[in-house]
Design a protein around this ligand. Structure first.
Ligand code: C2E
Ligand code: MG
Ligand code: MG
Length: 739
């Protein structure tokens, strides 16, 4: 081989390597085809140099092209030697095997060449094009229908008279092509999964330019997959941009934990912002890879809205829209601690609208609610900085006022409130005189905690029970005078010993099957003359004395006995629910008492349910959870009664081990017309469901309410529609018809 050929070859090798390098740099995604072409070109160069040598030597040694083919026959590359007039065509074994043809002699060479180059026609033009085109991609099927893809590189070897001899070397890229298809479908699979899960993904190596997944493009109505960080940032709510910047610019690249923030981002639909959870992560650079920053975006607007509803339900009173008991307790305790620390003091005034239930009964709930709202409005006017007005329950309100050394302030304030309330009555409810009573105490002097101080204000209020328009400050000596001194308490004590207490039972219905699944035991005091006294009239009095313990003992034992009796009588098993007050519940021997009642009656624990109110659980949450767990360990069911009455909090569902949630009657009464009540009930049901807690609606009085609750997914129902509280015998009669 001439020296010039060697120099030219070396030059060609270096120049083409440089060109390939530049091309790979500019178009990294074309790396594989560029390498293929480069390697093929190298092979071609070597072979053509070889051929030139052979042809040059031909004269001397008379070696034919056929001799060269012998050399190429077993080469590990597809190889064809051909002239442009197609009079000479030779193919090596490798390409013949691919096309499933035998010896080099026994086949139609032109047809085979046409097939190898993937051509439809045998015209010379096509071959010329291949000869001059340099590289050519061909696809053909072999005899077993397998698709073969070959990249051919063709070079002119020599002109012999009018004919030109070409050499084509092939690169079989069938497998690579399949891989490419697989990669493309993996990408499609990824994009479709993200689309189905509605998760957008953004990735970047420099934190400036981001590659956005097709779902991200759809979510935010982007124009392209390649997005600029500043453009994406402009879609984020101004108040959330700092958070996003902090996430993107986190300096510790070695921290590979997944982190999460919540952002408002303008969505593709309309101009409104939606809430997204942005889970992001940095992957540090390695020797072979660039650092990577990426994140997934998930629309959480619905969950956020639910949270807001829960927050509202937890802290704002629905009727009056002022703080509820929860908020009062939270802020009150903080204020109590500050007052101790900073030597401030506060007045706590607890107010109760006199005979409010009469207004409710005579004028209806709408009027009652309006009065509550107006009353809250009056209270609000007295709130000074650091103070608070809240509705504690029903017609009970609290006012927290900063004390500036004026001991007359609580009385003066309560009097002004009474005057304003009276005016309200004159204006709107001419026939009814509205008044309120107040009890007050001082913080931190009057108690060990905010709750303590507030209970003492309530104590002062109760001490004047029955008398209207009274205002009374707390005195520690009050405890002695209240307990054991009322007439009612005396006769109640007598009633207990005379067995005048009786349990009535109200059925609970499984809304899916329409069958009775349980009963609630509700106590009645039946006087010797037959008058029935409802629990509201005597349970609170019993609660403020030791009598409640006796009552609860009776209810627990009688409830268990009766349920076991029904089982023995052959009625299907149902759950017996009994009501507990906080003084029963916080007894140290609660577990033993329940265990005794079950043992004496022979009732299995799963047929007993204890109903607790939220106030009860709230007063000492840790101890309450402890007591509840003791009952749960026994296998006794736990229901949260009157849920939603103003100081309930859905967040307690996380900690309280309850099995049933009783939606308070106030939500059900007007659920047909009251959209807010419906929304709250639906949200509570779905949240309870997610926590595997069953739900029951109290106070269902008609089929319309029943239908709405069924649709909302409520499990059970209780109310006059199915039966009022009734004596055991009546319930047996009902069970016979119902079950
Ligand atoms: P609760 O546990 O929420 O009981 C439900 C109250 O709602 C019952 O009043 C029941 O008669 C009433 N009710 C049920 N369905 C409807 C309805 O469709 N419409 C209307 N308007 N009212 C309905 P009751 O029997 O007067 O009991 C009042 C409260 O007294 C109970 O509320 C419970 O907190 C307490 N209580 C009752 N029995 C006991 C007891 O044995 N021990 C204790 N500690 N408390 C009891
Ligand atoms: Mg109850
Ligand atoms: Mg209830």
């Amino acid at each position: 081989m001439k020296i010039i050929n060697i120099v030219v070859s070396i030059l060609v090798i270096f120049v083409s390597a440089a060109v390939a390098g530049i091309l790979i740099y500019l178009r990294p995604e074309m790396t594989i085809p560029i390498i293929i072409i480069y390697l093929s070109a190298l092979l071609m160069l070597t072979i053509s140099n070889c051929l030139i040598g052979i042809f040059n030597a031909r004269k001397k040694s008379a070696i034919e092209a056929d001799d060269f083919m012998k050399v190429m026959e077993d080469l590990n590359t597809e190889f064809i030697l051909w002239t442009d007039d197609l009079s000479f065509i030779r193919m090596n074994k490798r390409i013949r095997d691919l096309m499933d043809i035998g010896d080099d002699d026994g086949f139609d060479h032109k047809e085979a060449l046409k097939k190898a180059f993937g051509l439809n026609d045998l015209d010379n033009k096509s071959f010329k094009l291949i000869a001059t085109g340099g590289s050519h991609e061909a696809t053909f099927k072999n005899s077993s229908d397998k698709v073969i893809s070959i990249a051919w590189s063709t070079t002119l070897v020599k002109k012999v008279k009018k004919r030109s001899l070409y050499i084509s070397t092939g690169f079989n890229f069938t497998e690579i092509k399949k891989m490419r298809v697989n990669l493309a479908s993996a990408n499609d699979f990824f994009n479709s999964s993200m689309e189905l899960a509605e998760i957008g993904v953004i990735m970047s190596t420099d934190k400036k330019k981001y590659a956005a997944s097709s779902e991200t493009v759809r979510m935010f109505g982007l124009k392209t997959n390649n997005i600029d960080i500043s453009m994406f940032r402009s879609l984020i709510h101004p108040n959330d941009r700092m958070q996003f910047d902090r996430a993107v610019n986190q300096n510790d690249e070695t921290d590979s934990d997944v982190k999460s923030i919540e952002l408002r981002i303008r969505s593709a639909i309309g101009t409104s912002y939606r809430w997204y959870s942005f889970r992001y992560k940095s992957i540090a650079a390695t020797d072979n890879t660039l650092p990577l920053f990426g994140g997934a975006l998930l629309d959480i607007t619905q969950e956020r809205e639910k949270d807001m509803l829960i927050e509202r339900l937890a802290y704002i009173d629905e009727v009056t829209e002022i703080a509820n008991r929860n908020k009062l307790m939270d802020i009150g305790q903080e204020t109590y601690e500050c007052s101790r620390l900073l030597n401030y003091s506060y007045w706590i005034i607890v107010l109760d609208i006199d005979r409010f239930h009469i207004i409710n009964d005579t004028c209806g709930y709408d009027t009652g609610n309006r009065i509550l709202k107006d009353f809250a409005h009056i209270l609000y006017k007295f709130v000074s900085p650091g103070g608070l007005a809240a509705r504690i329950s029903g017609d009970n309100f609290a006012l927290v006022l900063r004390d500036y050394g004026d001991d007359e302030l609580p009385i003066r304030t309560a009097k002004t409130i009474q005057d304003e309330l009276a005016k309200l009555a004159v204006d709107d409810l001419a026939s009814i005189t509205l008044s309120c009573s107040a009890g007050f105490s001082k913080m931190p002097d009057d108690g060990q905690s905010f709750l303590d101080v507030m209970e003492h204000a309530e104590f002062a209020l109760k001490s004047v029970n029955g008398q209207q328009s009274t205002i009374c400050g707390y005195e520690p000596s009050m405890h002695d005078s209240i307990i054991g001194n009322t007439e009612l308490e005396k006769s109640l004590a007598l009633a207990i010993s005379n067995n005048e207490l009786q349990l009535f039972y109200q059925p609970k219905i499984d809304l899916k099957t329409g069958k009775i699944m349980g009963v609630e035991a509700l106590i009645r005091w039946i006087k010797p003359d037959g008058t029935i006294i409802k629990p509201d009239a005597f349970v609170p009095i019993a609660e403020s004395s030791h009598l409640i313990g006796k009552i609860s003992e009776f209810v627990l034992n009688e409830g268990c006995r009766q349920n076991r009796m029904w089982q023995k009588m052959g009625f299907p098993n149902i759950v017996m629910s009994i009501n507990f007050t906080s003084s029963d519940f916080y007894q140290n021997d609660l577990k033993e008492r329940v265990l005794d009642a079950l043992a004496i009656s022979g009732l299995e624990s799963k047929w007993l349910e204890v109903e607790l109110t939220e106030t009860l659980a709230l007063s000492d949450i840790d101890y309450a959870v402890d007591q509840m767990n003791k009952l749960r360990d026994l296998g006794v069911k736990l229901a949260m009664d009157d849920f939603g009455t103003g100081y309930s909090s859905l967040s307690y569902l996380q900690i309280l081990p309850i099995t049933l949630l009783k939606l308070d009657r106030s939500f059900i009464t007007d659920i047909q017309n009251d959209n807010i009540a419906f929304e709250i009930v639906s949200a509570v049901i779905s949240i309870a469901k997610s926590k595997k807690i069953k739900t029951i609606a109290e106070g269902i009085e008609n089929h319309e309410q029943e239908e709405i609750l069924k649709k909302a997914g409520c499990d059970y129902g209780q109310g006059y529609l199915y039966g009022k509280p009734m004596p055991a015998e009546e319930l047996e009669e009902l069970m016979r018809n119902f079950l």
